[in-house]
Design a protein around this ligand. Structure first.
Ligand code: FES
Length: 161
């Protein structure tokens, strides 16, 4: 887990990169999330004071967009599309399979900090349904066997590094 000091220093660096402009708040939050995989409380406080914004305003934006997470997330964020097109193609069974394989429910992170599971609405690739997005990578026509393959591959990569 990163230390508080790191959150502040990195956040100040991010705010500076965006020129400290109030209008850059969303871009700042996006960069903070990219750096830490979620929006740590300390980083939001630092951003608010560095940008001369009330903390309530920062929280308002951070909680409005579902892409932002205020809870620590795993190294790999698994987003299962629950949009209509994916739903009719079996997204619920894919969700069950991920839950059983990873041992977590949507909104949770595995104990080893490796995976977080989330459900999302249409990710714009309906023709490929059911779709699962892992970090930024899209996986289409996901089947039960494919879930094992995807998770196995990520675990293998982790074991090698
Ligand atoms: S409904 Fe899943 S990508 Fe559109």
């Amino acid at each position: 887990m990163k230390k508080t000091g790191n959150y502040s220093a990195k956040t100040r660096e991010i705010v500076k990169k965006h020129g400290g402009e109030k209008s850059a708040l969303i871009a700042v939050l996006q960069d903070i999330q990219e750096a830490f995989n979620y929006l740590p409380k300390q980083a939001l406080k630092t951003a608010a004071s560095a940008m001369n914004l009330p903390l309530s305003r920062v929280y308002e934006v951070a909680t409005f967009y579902t892409a932002f997470s205020l809870k620590p997330r795993g190294e790999h964020v698994v987003k299962i599309c629950m949009g209509t097109a994916c739903h009719v193609r079996g997204a619920s069974s894919i969700q069950d399979k991920f839950e059983r394989t990873l041992g977590i429910k949507p909104g949770e992170t595995s104990a080893d900090g490796k995976f977080s599971l989330e459900t999302v609405n249409c990710v714009g690739a309906c023709a490929l349904g059911p779709v699962v997005v892992i970090n930024t990578e899209y996986h289409g026509q996901v089947t039960m066997a494919k879930v094992d393959k995807i998770v196995g591959k990520i675990n293998k990569e982790g074991a090698q590094s």
